[in-house]
Design a protein around this ligand. Structure first.
Ligand code: NAD
Length: 508
């Protein structure tokens, strides 16, 4: 494609020469290598970033043993909420202290822009602080209306040993949506980051050790789904698995946990629609749609990857989207002005391109982009901002997760048709509506099958608000007050008090 009409940020500085990050497992408070290693190169610059210990079945079992022992001896689970909160708050302070180092590693491993990486680490620190508040305020209930001589109460107890498995697209943020809440509840954990982005989870482990977390409470094993993830999800000593990643692996995890009936929390994929009604503020909608599709190069579970636009405004909106796309800065993720960085891997780049080419073969049109993107001075993997118009519901690109900077544009004539398109995929993560009519927005919010609905905005998120999916987008909710509850069991204590009024069961 011609790139002269796009905003490209070439590599201006010399290629990064950061020392290679040596990532090791954290098991029972000690850092361990394995016999084997694996490496990760910057997807933008091609330079070696991380050499990591390659986790084995034995490493994973040792980590589970450490977590089980630490849970059962009560060294964390029986601390007061105040004591647990102190460690979580201190961790937030240390994350903020080390934000530049963490963000740089995150950018080098993932290809995301440095300004965005910094913002994500700041949000993550806030989640550690919020979970500290939950550690002190999570309470059970008392039931005082069971009769004169009865009193009931519920205890919130930590569920036990939790396996946390995370993906590559928001490595530090997603582990921070799980780990602080599990720790706040009093659980002990085994964590496996994606094999593509091990480094910042290891840094988080270092910070937790510095913050005073007892040995064995957090264990980190680096490596692949097989064998590390497989052992973490099948070992009978693990009580719960919390997973963020693809829907396919989510299904495999449910199957792996079935023989030992573990609790499972899943945050999976999405094909998130935004419906634009003719009375919408088209400028505001266009800006948010552009953010929603190019943020994190579209490698985002919440990517607003399809818009469903009323036929009367599809032409002017497409025109606005095309003009705005040309102004988004694609290029070197280390440059402070870059808004969209590199794609995570060659295989993923091919997958994105395959969806676009397939849609064109099926009759869709390219309003912009549709190809890989050369960026001067960088050997890496970039994909052009891409708008695919004339998409129809039967095309794969209309219903499957592309996970790239590729927007599908569909059109509709009435509310019912739009809703049918919104709910016509296997996913149900997020959905959005653009209209100045509150009735339209609320009707949409009540009928869209999604865990989150945004009205006249896209992808605003807060520690205070829960996040998760329905249908094939997941099970359970992260964030919000109830985030800690995912990692708790409720125990009912029923007490008969004082002289009993109950008639004896045995006559006599
Ligand atoms: P993935 O499913 O390929 O891998 C996720 C993690 O699972 C990695 O750590 C991987 O090593 C591990 N894994 C792979 N096979 C396993 C197995 N059999 N048992 C246990 N663990 C195994 O996902 P990905 O490619 O890293 O991430 C992209 C996907 O994540 C997308 O589908 C995206 O929508 C989803 N995602 C969802 C959310 C959300 O909150 N809903 C957030 C971010 C990403």
């Amino acid at each position: 494609m011609t790139t002269h009409d796009l905003r490209l940020i070439a590599r201006e500085a010399p290629a990064p020469t950061d020392p290679v990050f040596e990532a090791r497992h954290l098991i029972d408070g000690e850092w361990h290598m394995s016999t084997g290693t694996f490496t990760r190169e910057s997807p933008a610059h091609g330079t070696l970033v991380t050499r990591a210990a390659l986790g084995t079945k034995a490493d994973t079992e040792a980590a589970i043993t450490a977590a089980r022992t630490a849970f059962d001896d009560g060294s964390w689970s029986e601390l007061s909420g105040k004591e647990r909160a102190a460690v979580l708050s201190k961790t937030a302070d240390l994350i903020e202290r080390d934000i530049d180092r963490i963000a740089r590693l995150e950018t080098l491993e993932s290809g995301k822009p440095i300004s965005q990486a910094k913002a994500e680490i700041e949000i993550a620190a806030d989640l550690w602080r919020y979970s500290a508040a939950l550690a002190r305020t999570s309470v059970g209930e008392t039931q005082n209306a069971l009769g004169r001589d009865m009193l009931g109460m519920t205890l919130k107890e930590p569920i036990g040993v939790v396996s946390l498995i995370t993906p590559w697209n928001f490595p530090f943020l997603i582990v921070s949506q799980k780990l602080p809440y599990a720790l706040a509840a009093g659980c002990t954990c085994v964590v496996k980051p994606s094999e593509l982005t091990s480094a910042t989870t290891v840094v988080l482990g270092e910070l937790l050790m510095e913050a005073g977390l007892p040995a064995g409470v957090l264990n980190i094993v680096l490596g692949y789904g097989m064998p590390v993830g497989e052992v973490m999800t099948s070992d009978p000593r693990v009580d719960m698995v919390s997973f963020t990643g693809s829907t396919g692996v989510g299904r495999a995890i449910v199957a792996a946990t079935a023989p030992t009936l573990k609790k499972v929390a899943l945050e999976l994929g999405g094909k998130n629609p935004q419906v634009v009604f003719p009375d919408a503020d088209l400028d505001a909608a266009a800006d948010a749609i552009i953010f929603g599709i190019y943020f994190n190069a579209g490698e985002c579970c919440n990517s607003g990857s399809r818009i469903i636009v009323h036929k009367d405004v599809v032409a002017p909106l497409t025109e606005k989207l095309t003009a705005l796309s040309r102004k988004v800065a694609f290029g070197d993720p280390l440059h402070p002005d870059t808004q969209v960085g590199a794609i995570i891997s060659d295989a993923h780049l091919e997958k994105i391109d395959g969806y676009v080419k397939g849609a064109v073969e099926d009759g869709a049109a390219l309003a912009l982009g549709g190809d890989t993107l050369p960026v001067a001075g960088l050997p890496g993997k970039f994909y052009a901002p891409t708008l695919v118009s004339g998409v129809t519901p039967d095309m794969a690109i209309a219903t499957e997760e592309v996970f790239g900077p590729v927007l599908s544009i569909l059109s509709f004539e009435n509310f019912e048709e739009a809703l049918g398109l919104v709910n016509g995929t296997e996913y149900g993560l997020s959905a959005g509506v653009w209209s100045q009519d509150m009735d339209t927005c609320l009707k949409f919010a009540r009928h869209a099958q999604a865990g989150t609905v945004w009205t006249n905005t896209w992808m605003d998120g807060f520690a205070e608000l829960p996040f998760g999916g329905v249908k094939q987008s997941g099970l359970g909710r992260e964030l919000g007050r109830q985030a800690i509850e995912d990692y708790q069991e409720v125990k009912t204590v029923t007490m008969r008090i004082g002289a009993t009024s109950r008639a004896p069961w045995v006559a006599g």
